[in-house]
Design a protein around this ligand. Structure first.
Ligand code: WT7
Length: 633
């Protein structure tokens, strides 16, 4: 079975076929999987409701397509290679057969503790193989997993538990992150004080520090699996049943639960993985993301394992114990495909070339980038010093909602162009729209990026609120999925992503809604009103700049600024902590009371020329006050 495109003409051929006959195109790929019952209708859709069903009424279990399908040929080959945070802690190499048995044992633990098909299970875990086992076991018993990045606060965790009505949390005692050890179980304890839906918490021992275990609710992972059978018959699911919910930020104040369904996601994560990375059997593939993000779902766990690949999982951070850690791991395991984020590249670039010296990096065949636009300087550094000038660099554009990579070069097959995601994958029909709703055809055009035809890996709904899904993604342009990104098709026909056009900022590849950060800031008792914008940040891509009106009585500015930063950290998590907080006397508003973010963005980026016409503002004088007090570089 291989659906790997081999040549440039092969790409164009497949692409044309996928547009002319999308159903036949995807059927041919889906047929290579194991279905307990084949589907009746390949695609049933309209983007108005929206309704999207792929492989309707097909019956399957996604994990049978990871385990049963591969065990015969790959039982003894490594599925997961795990590298611990501490370089001297022994690694773990888990074969497909071992992963199958560990997953089955954990299926019993789930079922014996009350989990049934359709139940929601929260996974709040470190980067250890058990996180992948937890996801796979949920999928195997037909439960819906929702992985929450273990850096989120107890409030964020609690909100997600309540939104999806989860019955169980899977977690660990603590997490290792570089030189730190983070007490995660304590965060869970706080989060579930007011979440009556949670019945059980299963806790993996990782750091062996002391935690409080509540009788009848909390149990240890090792005890939950002790003596359990290594066989478990996968539960039959429908192609359109939910596989997982993943919360992500948007332009509203609350994260939304993006829902992916089983059949389409399976086909798309596999197909995109094989083609973008040009994976060959036996290759060692490494994606540095966290399983708490969509990249970890699609390109650490599902895509690679559905392809029978060896996927490397790293617990730690790029700079611990030193800035050579990534390069050391690449040489240690002879990694062939390496997939990371521009922010990691930029932060490592800052250490110069010395940390690279001990390492050859010769095993690398393909390098990849994801999460945010990669600037040309970082692109060249990555290409020249990591790829040694002879690895294709795939700049992969996609989103939590798209389930898999949408626009990217196929490594070594389609051309590479610095800072350009380049061409759509077969089956993906991107269009550039102007603000009046016209499609901009031809080259050298710039506008808003939409997708005009369904693909198997796309979002199905937002959990518990289908209207929200419709409003966020299918209302801006009739009959189209709107991405929230701006894009340009250049004179050669290659796509370049220009960044978000909505109120979403991208901090180190992490998506934050400005409204979400504002809501958190406004929780501080002294805060009257706030406005948050993104500004260019050398390492993070974008930083968070908060303008805050405060009641200053009894406080100094410096104290308040620290307290506000801490409030955000506590309410959302450290990733949302503002880089800059400026106390302001007022916020520039239109006569209808709308905050003029355009002006605030300009001031935050240090560009005070050309602020545009401010005379129509309700309070034009406030602009000068803000400029005077701004943290201008
Ligand atoms: C947003 C999606 C895709 C998984 C990780 C982030 C930005 C993502 C690129 C890229 C330019 C990119 C977009 C997108 N983005 N990849 N290669 N070039 N921008 O997933 O949290 O859902 O964020 O990340 O703005 O909309 P996410």
């Amino acid at each position: 079975m291989s659906h790997k495109i081999q040549t440039l003409s092969g790409y164009f051929h497949e692409y044309q076929k996928s547009v002319a006959q999308p159903e036949e195109f995807w059927e041919r790929i889906a047929e290579s999987f194991h279905w307990r019952k084949l589907w009746d209708k390949t695609l049933d859709w309209n983007f108005d409701e929206p309704k999207v069903k792929w492989f309707a009424n097909g019956k399957l279990n996604i994990t049978e397509n990871i385990f049963e399908r591969h065990l015969y040929t790959k039982g003894d080959s490594p599925a997961i290679i795990w590298e611990a945070n501490e370089p001297n802690e022994p690694n773990r190499i888990i074969t497909y057969r071992e992963l199958y048995e560990l997953t089955n044992q954990f299926c019993h633990a789930l079922v014996d503790n009350g989990i049934r098909k359709g139940d929601r299970v929260i996974i709040y875990m470190p980067m250890v193989p058990e996180a992948a086992i937890a996801m796979l076991a949920c999928a195997r018993v037909g439960a819906i997993h929702s992985v929450v990045f273990a850096g989120f606060s107890s409030t964020s965790l609690s909100d997600r538990i309540i939104d999806c009505g989860a019955k169980m949390v899977l977690t660990s005692d603590g997490n290792y992150r570089g030189s730190k050890s983070i007490p995660v179980k304590a965060v869970v304890d706080e989060a579930i004080l007011n979440t009556p839906s949670i019945e059980k918490v299963i806790v993996l021992k990782r750091t062996f520090e002391e935690v409080v275990m509540k009788a009848d609710r909390d149990l240890w992972w090792h005890e939950a699996v002790a003596g359990k059978s290594k066989d478990f018959t996968a539960v039959e699911t429908d192609s359109e049943d939910m596989l997982f919910i993943l919360y992500t930020s948007g332009s509203t104040g609350k994260p939304k639960g993006v829902v992916h369904s089983i059949g389409g996601y399976m086909v798309y994560s596999y197909y995109s993985f094989m083609n973008v990375f040009q994976y060959s059997q036996g290759d060692i593939y490494w994606c540095t993301a966290d399983v708490g993000w969509i990249t970890g779902h699609s390109y650490i766990v599902y895509g690679p394992l559905l392809s029978g690949a060896t996927t490397l999982m790293f617990e730690g951070v790029p700079t611990y114990p030193n800035a050579g850690r990534f390069w050391e791991i690449i040489d240690k395991y002879k990694v062939n495909q390496f997939y990371t984020a521009p922010t990691a590249i930029r932060s490592l670039q800052a250490f110069g070339l010395e940390p690279l010296e001990p390492y050859s990096l010769q095993s690398l065949k393909v390098i990849g980038s994801v999460g945010e636009p990669i600037n040309e300087e970082a692109w060249h550094w990555y290409h020249d010093h990591i790829g040694k000038g002879n690895c294709p660099l795939v700049d992969t554009w996609w989103q939590t909602e798209t389930g898999g990579i949408m626009i990217s070069a196929l490594a070594g097959i389609t051309p590479n162009k610095p800072a350009h995601a380049s061409l759509p994958l077969p089956g993906i029909q991107p269009v550039i729209m102007d603000t009046e709703g016209n499609e901009l055809t031809g080259n050298n055009v710039e506008g808003n990026l939409c997708i005009k035809f369904p693909w198997p890996g796309m979002i199905r709904t937002t959990y518990g609120d289908h209207e929200k899904c419709k409003k966020e993604y299918f209302s801006a342009y009739k009959g189209m999925y709107f991405t929230g990104d701006g894009a340009k098709r250049d004179h050669d026909g290659y796509l370049r992503i220009l960044g978000r056009v909505d109120d979403v900022i991208n901090v180190s590849g992490h998506r934050m809604g400005t409204a979400e950060v504002e809501n958190a800031i406004n929780e501080h008792p002294k805060v009257v009103e706030s406005a948050v914008v993104g500004y260019p940040h050398e390492v993070k891509g974008q930083g968070i700049y908060a303008y805050v009106i405060c009641d200053m009585e009894g406080r100094t500015e410096a104290n308040l600024i620290e307290e506000i930063k801490d409030t955000v950290k506590k309410i959302i998590g450290p990733i949302a902590k503002p880089d800059m907080v400026q106390i302001v006397p007022g916020l520039p508003k239109t006569r209808s009371g709308k905050i003029m973010r355009r002006i605030l963005r300009k001031i935050a980026s240090g560009d005070i020329s050309n602020l545009g016409d401010t005379s129509t503002l309700l309070n034009p004088e406030v602009v000068d006050d803000i400029i005077k007090g701004a943290n201008l570089k």
